[in-house]
Design a protein around this ligand. Structure first.
Ligand code: 5AD
Ligand code: FES
Length: 346
């Protein structure tokens, strides 16, 4: 029955845990090629040959949390901390807009310096200046009231990876203070408020198993997020997980395909982490069913400092270089960079 597996997934969006285990482990190349092709065809049917670009602005690497895997965790005294001013953030948007970006992703650690008032002011200014653009926030766990306030001033989307949908696994990645329950509460609130909402997880994080991945897929089926961000776990040497093994490209590609097939309309990035573990990772991610890329718009002066993991790519490249590099990469595989907001298509 495994022979017809990919077809089954596409038709029923109903992969079982046993089938998941099989697909992640198999060395049957023809079957995997088939899985990726079906995922890619599904993406093409909905979004065509378009790949959406999001301009990523990493505006602070201060963080009050202490996630064991993350290079900007508060206990990492080797992290060289920075914050961008409102003017600097707006200047990144200007450069990005001129390069054809219509989505700005403001991402940062959980940094109390940026009060709700400050965030609202930044979002309002971007929306006033670029009314045809979408603003995505990726600034972690907040109260429902805060999420509502950002939404009311025009924030369109919110990325908050759930990290793992298995509560015991969540505790192993975040042993202190953070809670699985609150993470889930945040995602529910974001979706209810009306954000295009993104969840996601790392592939190959320490203690991940087929069972925890299965919970991730079940969670995606329940939440029906507009976006899902996944990328390989990559150790950062100054963290407690600094000597753990990285996730693999192949596992990430298979999971991208499976997610495309179980949730066909999802906006699915081929992430920087995927590009970091393999020189053609992002292209292969698109070919496995992803349809979004997120080139960096942060000022080159701070790029090196936003180091969630080691060996991150593009840290020396200006925004324009990444923009055109990405265009060449996508064209090399028969896709085009779409110069529009790239909203979720229900
Ligand atoms: N390797 C890969 N991804 C990481 N992230 C954080 N640390 C790492 C790492 N070492 C991911 C988390 C987070 C997102 C912003 O980056 O999933 O949600
Ligand atoms: Fe940054 Fe290629 S995308 S240099």
């Amino acid at each position: 029955n495994f022979k017809n597996l990919p077809e089954t997934i596409e038709k029923t969006a109903d992969i079982t845990k046993e089938q998941l285990a099989f697909l992640l482990a198999t060395e049957d190349d023809a079957m995997i090629q088939d899985l990726k092709q079906r995922a890619r065809n599904t993406g093409d049917r909905i979004y065509g040959k378009n790949v959406y670009i999001r301009g990523l602005i990493e505006f602070t690497n201060y963080c009050k949390n202490d996630c064991l895997y993350c290079g900007i965790r508060r206990s990492n005294c080797h992290a060289d901390r920075y914050r961008l001013t409102e003017e600097e953030i707006l200047s990144c948007c200007k450069i990005g807009y001129e390069l054809g970006f219509c989505t700005f992703v403001l991402q940062g650690g959980e940094d109390g310096f940026y009060t709700d008032e400050k965030i609202c002011q930044i979002v309002s200014k971007i929306k006033a200046e670029y009314p045809d653009c979408a603003v995505t926030l990726s600034i972690g766990e907040k109260s429902r009231e805060s999420y509502q306030a950002y939404f009311d001033v025009g924030a369109d989307r919110y990325l908050l990876r759930h990290e793992t949908a298995d509560e015991a696994h969540y505790k192993k990645l975040h042993p202190v203070e953070m809670s699985y329950q609150n993470r889930m509460r945040c995602l529910r609130d974001l979706k209810e408020i009306g954000y295009q909402t993104g969840c996601g997880f790392m592939v190959g994080s320490p203690y991940q198993t087929v069972d925890t991945l299965w919970e991730d897929l079940q969670f995606i089926r329940r939440l029906k997020p507009q976006m899902v961000g996944i990328g390989p776990f990559i150790p950062q040497k100054d963290t407690p997980f600094g000597t753990e093994t990285a996730g693999t490209m192949e596992m990430t590609l298979r999971l991208l395909s499976i997610i495309r097939l179980i949730h066909p309309h999802v906006l699915l990035p081929a992430t920087t982490a995927l590009g970091t573990i393999h020189p053609k990772g992002r292209e292969l991610g698109i070919l496995a069913g992803a349809n979004v890329v997120m080139p960096n718009l942060s000022p080159v002066a701070v790029r090196e400092k936003y180091k969630l993991y080691d060996n991150k790519i593009c840290t020396g490249d200006e925004a324009a270089e990444c923009r055109f590099c990405m265009q060449k990469r996508m064209e090399s595989i028969g896709y085009q960079v779409a110069v529009n907001r790239g909203d979720f298509q229900p």
